[in-house]
Design a protein around this ligand. Sequence first.
Ligand SMILES: Nc1ncnc2c1ncn2[C@@H]1O[C@H](COP(=O)(O)OP(=O)(O)O)[C@@H](O)[C@H]1O
Ligand SMILES: [Mg+2]
Length: 221
Amino acid sequence: MALIEISNLTKHYSCGDETVEALRGVDIGIETGEFITIMGQSGSGKSTLLSILGGMNHPTSGKVTVNGTDLYALGEERLADFRAGNFGFVFQSFHLIPYLTAQENVMLPLTIASLKGDEKRQAALQALERVGLGGKADRLPNQLSGGEQERVAIARAIVNRPHILFADEPTGNLDTANSEAVMALFRELNDEGQTVVMVTHNPENCQYTDRTIHIRDGRVI
Ligand SMILES: Nc1ncnc2c1ncn2[C@@H]1O[C@H](COP(=O)(O)OP(=O)(O)O)[C@@H](O)[C@H]1O
Ligand SMILES: [Mg+2]
């Protein structure tokens, strides 16, 4: 059985009288240790698919199992625990808190009560070092470049050592040099064993990954 199994997934959104069929029957299997890109044009259903894989958006029908766990058969509370224990997320718009330093932003997911404040600081610093920002831990987001902010977001996503790292258009706001650096970083993390599932509309990102799944109008093509 694959690490992530997606079977016959559909997602419909209703907007007033209209129904948008964002996903129309998607089947995918993702193995442990893979680096997958999900490619498609704007509006093809990529973010919807990723949010459902990540346990953040209930499907209309179909099933997602991760490590044998049927995600949406869990109640909300257990689903939230499962997410926190297994998944890391990186988004295009960083979602950094502007009045917290890079290190404090990276500490945010470390809610585990058993960790002391010092241990949290240490873990966050290690994650920042991993993405090449050990020397900028005390900077606020607006004192960092776009590429650096994205790397802080990646540090925050890996600080809990997640089984699966999800990224939605992580290079969407970056210039070419910063995009390449961020993709190379994902590649390195994957070489160290991290499973990565990335959504993108940029074909250049695919050269870094093991496998590309193309999606159009809510279907795998
Ligand atoms: N919350 C929502 N409510 C209504 N329609 C949505 C919502 N989210 C996405 N959609 C629609 O679903 C389709 C797929 O969107 P999305 O998954 O964001 O695609 P992509 O990430 O590939 O651009 C689009 O037509 C979009 O307008
Ligand atoms: Mg999207």
